[in-house]
Design a protein around this ligand. Structure first.
Ligand SMILES: [Zn+2]
Length: 172
């Protein structure tokens, strides 16, 4: 087990103390925006309606950029702690509870959201949480300095009973 969402409440408490409303909302001078999770479903639905299947790829890349930027904010912290913080950050920002494991033989990384990721909870049909697959792939690519590719193999949206993303190293 690499990490599991456990101390998300501590992180929230810390943010509550640091949250400032200057020109905009800020935590530690990082500009933040609080939105309802509806935004993600709406993005998914609207973009899919316009561009079709490539929407998943588009959202994946946006998520990947975000995951990399989250890693850069965590940088400087030790390995174990960085991973714990990822799981807690993921829960504290509303993405949900996750458990992250690595298969030592294949080196694949499995990210399981037993209650699902936000888009898959509402979408129907195919796996819908490519944004989050990108987010984790981006984070781990920076953390381990390797290129990871993420695929959501199980998703509530296609009738599975959980969402599960698999990251594997991409051959350069
Ligand atoms: Zn899903």
């Amino acid at each position: 087990m690499l990490c599991k969402s456990e101390k998300a409440e501590d992180l929230l408490k810390e943010w509550k103390e640091k949250l400032k409303l200057n020109e905009g909302l800020e935590i530690d001078s990082t500009s933040v925006i609080l939105v309802k999770s509806d935004l993600f479903f709406s993005l998914y639905e609207r973009i899919t309606r316009i561009v079709g299947a490539p929407a998943a790829t588009l959202l994946y890349f946006v998520g990947e950029d975000y995951g990399k930027s989250v890693y850069r904010d965590f940088a400087g912290e030790a390995g174990e702690e960085t991973l714990k913080k990822l799981c807690d950050f993921t829960k504290a920002t509303g993405i949900g509870d996750v458990e992250i494991e690595m298969d030592e033989d294949s080196k694949k990384i499995y990210i399981t959201a037993s209650k699902g990721f936000p888009i898959g909870k509402r979408a129907k049909g195919r796996a819908a949480d490519s944004y989050f697959a990108g987010y984790f792939a981006g984070f781990f690519s920076e953390l381990y300095n390797k290129k990871y590719e993420g695929t959501e193999e199980e998703c509530l949206a296609k009738g599975d009973d959980r969402c599960r993303i698999v990251l594997k190293e991409k051959e350069e």
